[in-house]
Write a protein that binds this ligand. Structure first.
Ligand code: HEM
Length: 244
C-alpha cells in the first residue's frame, strides 16, 4: 500500500488558499488606498482652500448641499475592518513562516537574500502599524467633521500627533510599497530582469510617497504652529467669508 498519499482528513482543504487570496486582496486594497490617501492629504500643499474642498467632497457636500460627516465615518469603518482582517490573516501564518525564514537565514549564513529581508521588513512595519494606525483611525472614525486645514493642522501640532504621524508614515509607505511588490511577484509570477525592474519601480514609488509625506507633514506642522493661538477654530474657505 502506498503510504505517501495523505489520508483525506490530512488534506488542508480549500481554506488556506482562500484565506491566502483574501490576504492578498485586502493588502491590495489597503496598499492602493494608502497611496491615494497620501495624495488627498497632500492637497494642503495647494493651499487651505484646496484641502477644505477635498475634505468636504468626501462628506458629500457638493452632492447634497451640506456636509454629511457620517459618510466619512462609514468609509473609515470599512478601512478599519479590512485593516483588522488583513492583520489577522497575516498573524495566522506567522509562526510557520517565521520558522521557515529563520531556518533559511541560518542555512544561508552570511548570504543576504533580498526578498527574505523584505519579508522581515514587512513583519517589523506591520507590527508597528498594529499599534499606531488604530489611534489615527479611531480619531477619524469618531470625529470626521474635524478634517480640514485648520482642524487637521491643530490636531497635528496642538494635539501632539505629529510624532505618531512621522513614524506611521515610514511604516506605512515601506509596508505598502514592499507589499504591492510582493503581490506582483506572487500573482503575476515575475522573475529575472522583470522582477529587478519591478523592484526599482517599487522603490521609486516608496521614495516619492515618503518625500511627499514628509513635505505634507511639515506643511501641517507649519500651519498648526501659526494657528496655535486660535486652535479649535474651524477653517472657512475664502469664498464663504463675509467682506469686512
Ligand atoms: C478612511 C480612513 C482614513 C482617513 C479618513 C484618514 C484621514 C487622514 C487625514 C485627514 C490626515 C491629515 C492629518 C489629520 O487630519 O489628522 C491623515 C494623515 C495621515 N494618515 Fe490617514 N486616514 C485614514 C486612514 C489611514 C491609515 C489606514 C493609515 C495608516 C495605516 C493612515 C496614515 C496616515 C499618516 C501616516 C498620516 C500623516 C501623513 C503626512 O502628513 O505625511 N491613515 N489621514
Amino acid at each position: 500500500m502506498n503510504t505517501s498519499i495523505p489520508a483525506p482528513s490530512d488534506h488542508p482543504g480549500p481554506w488556506p488558499a482562500r484565506l491566502d487570496l483574501l490576504q492578498s486582496l485586502t493588502g491590495l486594497f489597503l496598499g492602493l488606498f494608502m497611496w491615494l490617501h497620501m495624495l488627498f492629504v497632500a492637497s494642503i500643499l495647494l493651499g487651505p482652500d484646496a484641502m477644505w474642498t477635498v475634505a468636504r467632497f468626501f462628506e458629500g457636500y457638493f452632492l447634497f448641499g451640506r456636509p454629511l460627516p457620517w459618510l466619512v465615518s462609514l468609509f473609515v469603518a470599512v478601512v478599519f475592518a479590512l485593516f483588522v482582517l488583513h492583520a489577522w490573516l497575516a498573524l495566522r501564518r506567522f509562526p510557520g513562516q517565521w520558522r521557515q525564514h529563520v531556518a533559511y537565514w541560518r542555512h544561508m549564513r552570511g548570504m543576504r537574500h533580498g526578498d527574505t529581508t523584505l519579508w522581515f521588513v514587512q513583519v517589523v512595519t506591520g507590527f508597528a502599524m498594529f499599534f499606531l494606525a488604530p489611534v489615527h483611525l479611531y480619531l477619524m472614525l469618531m470625529h470626521p467633521e474635524l478634517i480640514g486645514p485648520y482642524e487637521s493642522a491643530d490636531r497635528v501640532w496642538s494635539g501632539g500627533l505629529w510624532p505618531l504621524y512621522l513614524v506611521l508614515l515610514f511604516m506605512v509607505e515601506l509596508h505598502a510599497g514592499i507589499g504591492l511588490y510582493r503581490l506582483a511577484v506572487k500573482w503575476l509570477g515575475w522573475s529575472g530582469a522583470g522582477r529587478a525592474r519591478l523592484k526599482r519601480l517599487e522603490w521609486a514609488f516608496t521614495t516619492f510617497f515618503l518625500i511627499l509625506g514628509l513635505v505634507t507633514l511639515a506643511a501641517y506642522v507649519k500651519l498648526g504652529i501659526e494657528h496655535a493661538p486660535h486652535a479649535g477654530e474651524p477653517y472657512t474657505p475664502t469664498w464663504q467669508r463675509s467682506a469686512p
